[in-house]
Design a binder for this molecule. Structure first.
Ligand SMILES: *[C@@H]1O[C@H](CO)[C@@H](O)[C@H](O)[C@H]1NC(C)=O
Ligand SMILES: *[C@@H]1O[C@H](CO)[C@@H](O)[C@H](O)[C@H]1NC(C)=O
Length: 273
């Protein structure tokens, strides 16, 4: 009887039994796609608008595949001493992937780590010098709870994207040295308050996304952002007013949807539209 029963089960679940026999469970595979540019000419110092790596001294790698955690970790440990660009993205559910990354200063011009299970991001500086190369730091769709120490030393930033992370706090004054910043993307985090204690001049900033957070307090009193045009604050369902806001101070912003996804104080809203 037993052997017959066993035989039947084997037939029906043959594949499953085969898998169960191996000592460790099959490793999870994560989809990845990345581009990387290594530039052997490192004589130049700071990044400038219009920079393109020379075809003679640089080489580009583009790869796509499915890798284990160890594979992904290895890809993230590329040689930063000559790297100027690294753009990585994944389309997998990375809930079980836990990675960290340390940026070496004055190397990369563009770094994008999109959906790589990033839980910790760090910056290292060789000496007292600030970083004047990193123009694009994009780390969307990860699980970062903190903005890395040293971010105030990134002076060439044009784009900073921390959207879809777990940030509870973001102090805008830490970007006071990033005077050329154009885009600051902080949507889909857990920010409860966004208050800037001292005056900050971000004269080039045209896009600020604070949507899909938990904002109750938002104060623009100390912002100088004459070029601000795209300002997203929707889906902050406790947000009733924006301190210091007026149409005159932010002439390019179109206004707010009275019936939107916030809890606008309608009296306040009418006074600023
Ligand atoms: C990665 O796996 C997916 C299915 O999970 C498959 O469609 C795709 O072709 C694979 N990609 C590569 C480069 O192997
Ligand atoms: C709504 O805004 C107006 C004008 O800013 C203010 O006087 C009033 O107290 C606010 N109402 C509430 C319920 O906070």
């Amino acid at each position: 009887m037993f052997s017959l029963w066993f035989f039947g089960v084997t037939l029906a679940f043959g594949v499953g039994l085969c898998e169960a026999k191996s000592s460790s469970p099959p490793a999870l595979l994560y989809h990845y796609e990345y581009s990387r540019i290594q530039e052997t000419d490192q004589a130049w110092k700071c990044w400038q608008e219009g920079y393109r790596p020379s075809k003679v001294t640089s080489s580009k790698v583009h790869e796509t595949g499915n890798g284990t955690t160890a594979d992904i970790e290895r890809l993230l440990r590329f040689d930063q001493s000559t790297a100027v660009l690294f753009l990585f993205t994944s389309s997998s559910d990375n809930g079980n992937l836990r990675t960290d990354f340390t940026i070496q200063s004055n190397r990369l011009v563009r770094l994008s780590l999109d959906n790589v299970g990033l839980e910790r991001l760090q910056l290292t500086f060789a000496g007292r010098e600030n970083d004047c190369r990193l123009a694009d730091l994009s780390v969307p769709r990860n699980r970062l709870t903190e903005v890395p120490a040293g971010i105030e030393r990134l002076t060439s930033l044009r784009k900073l994207d921390f959207s879809y992370n777990h940030l509870k706090q973001f102090d805008l004054d830490r970007l006071a040295n990033a005077v050329g910043l154009k885009q600051l993307l902080l949507g889909h985090n857990r920010l409860e308050s966004f208050v800037t204690p001292a005056r900050i001049n971000l004269d080039s900033l045209h896009t600020l996304d604070l949507s899909n957070n938990r904002l109750r307090t938002l104060d623009s009193t100390h912002w100088s952002m004459p070029k601000l045009e795209t300002f997203h604050v929707d889906h902050n369902r406790h947000l009733a007013t924006i301190g210091g806001w007026s149409k005159g101070r932010f002439p390019l912003v179109k206004g707010f949807d009275p019936a939107g996804t916030n809890n606008w104080n309608q009296t306040w809203l009418k006074s600023v539209q």
